[in-house]
Design a protein around this ligand. Structure first.
Ligand code: TGC
Ligand code: FAD
Length: 388
């Protein structure tokens, strides 16, 4: 029997029964509710919003947030497994999970006032509310410290001015976590949908992550109450601490996309006949499948260990950078190899590989580009910064 879903080093055997059960539940959910509709959404360039409440019912949003705030109270392994299974469906649905859980619920839980935590976290966990995270600006992507979006304090609150770009779910969001400078220091602010002076137009024309909404956030004398600053953090380490959570999830997610490409490739290679035999019987095709299995297995082991480091409280951001950098690169290479194995059929949406390949181009760029993670690791090795 061919290997279809790779678990070559029995990572399943390293999971607890609860972790396995969760993985299998999310896997079945993706098979039954995401795979049948995702190509349609991708083709139309629409987000599967109907899934948000289902994610909430399944406890997928805010998996690691404490239960008293409506979260799942789960460990990092569970959060990783959720991301992996989701991205086996599509990077866009994993993006929705990443943004809601790591980039919206996490900073609210860590840094917002108790009142706003109690108000927003249960709504975000249930999928009744959607959030977004605004860090990137048109002129400041890899270098967010240069951001020009700013806040001015008034008697009643703060006035925001500036613009964010490339913001996942911005147009849909009921609550935006926005990073802006107050007296030259980066601070976190919570801006509710409909606040006068705040608009979030959708960006169009993407060839990648087409089943996800990406937006600008525009602030023109946008006044928010005093309570809506996040008192718990100051400086760039606020948004970067959230990115640690999301980059960790993406490291797992990328494995899911790679597995989808591997599964499709094995099925195709064992059934497509050329020169009177299945193409999987040719050495050059086998070499591609072996490369994929090899790299997926290494990525799985990396993430398994990373989850334990994270839950022990000993993980360093650079270790997360290594996993994000490696696993997304590995998944994109798998998608490209899968496209080759599928021949011309590889460009059709009857197979998932081109969609994953196009999505992974974004995943390689967001949450810190591949090269920015190279520089983070280069600095860690040499103690010399090469950013500028
Ligand atoms: P630097 O001087 O190194 O650090 C500034 C302060 O931050 C602290 N710090 C961190 N804290 C927590 N976690 C980390 N990973 C941290 N890295 C640094 C640092 O200790 C310092 O703290 P303090 O208290 O001393 O002030 O900062 P820098 O300006 O030199 O920047 C470093 C650099 C380039 C690595 C950083 O800016 C970076 O990572 N750039 C990439 C930007 C990025 O990843 N943007 C992502 C936007 S969000 C997104 O893409 C969402 S996609 C959503 C989806 O899934 O759909
Ligand atoms: P730039 O920073 O302009 O980089 C361009 C190129 O130059 C890259 O190859 C980069 O590696 C390279 N480069 C830059 N600096 C250096 C250097 N010092 N040394 C060597 N090479 C360098 N952001 C959010 O805040 N919230 C979101 O929800 C969000 N969602 C996104 C969704 C999608 C679909 C996409 C594509 C992006 C999203 N982003 C989001 C933005 C994302 O984080 C940025 O695109 C990313 O950080 C890179 O910034 P940039 O695109 O401006 O590229």
């Amino acid at each position: 029997m061919p290997i279809i879903t790779p678990d070559y080093y029995d990572i399943s055997g390293l999971l607890t029964e609860e972790e396995r059960l969760l993985r299998d539940t999310v896997r079945a959910f993706v098979d039954e509710e995401i795979l049948p509709i995702i190509e349609h959404h991708y083709r139309e360039g629409t987000a599967p919003l109907e899934l948000n409440k289902r994610f909430g019912d399944l406890g997928i949003f805010g998996a690691t947030i404490p239960e008293e705030y409506g979260g799942g109270g789960m460990n990092s392994m569970c959060y990783g497994l959720i991301n992996m299974e989701m991205e086996r469906g599509d990077s866009a649905v994993r993006s929705t999970v990443s943004v809601q859980s790591s980039l919206v619920m996490y900073p609210i839980w860590q840094y917002a006032t108790e009142e706003l935590k109690r108000h927003w976290l249960p709504r975000l966990a249930s999928g009744d509310a959607v959030g977004c995270f605004g860090l990137t600006e048109p002129d400041f992507g890899s270098n967010p410290s240069g951001m020009i979006t700013n806040a001015r304090e008034t008697d009643s609150g703060y006035v925001l001015n500036g613009a964010k770009m490339w913001i996942t779910n911005g147009t849909l969001a009921d609550i935006a976590v926005v990073w802006a400078k107050l007296d030259g220091v980066v601070r976190g602010f919570m801006v509710e949908k409909g606040t006068p002076g705040f608009t979030a137009p959708e960006m169009k024309g993407k060839h990648s992550l087409r089943a996800s909404v990406t937006s600008e956030l525009v602030f023109q004398d946008c006044e928010i109450p005093k309570t809506h600053i996040m008192p718990g953090v100051q400086g760039l380490r606020g948004p970067l601490s959230c990115l640690n959570q999301a980059r960790y999830g993406i490291s797992w997610g990328a494995i899911g996309a790679a597995i989808a490409c591997f599964e499709s490739s094995v099925k195709y290679a064992t059934t497509r006949i050329q020169f009177d035999k299945p193409i999987g019987g040719f050495q050059l095709v086998q070499e591609k499948l072996v490369w994929m299995l090899n790299e997926i297995t290494k990525a799985q082991l990396l993430c398994w260990r990373l989850a334990h480091l994270k839950d022990s409280g000993n993980v360093r951001p650079q270790q997360i950078s290594l996993a994000k950098r490696n696993n997304v690169w590995m998944a994109l290479e798998c998608a490209r190899l899968a496209r080759e194995i599928h021949g011309a059929n590889g460009i059709l949406d009857e197979y998932p590989v081109m969609r994953h390949a196009a999505n992974l181009e974004s995943v390689k760029t967001y949450e810190g580009t591949h090269d920015i993670h190279t520089l983070i690791l280069g600095q860690d090795i040499t103690d010399l910064a090469a950013f500028n």
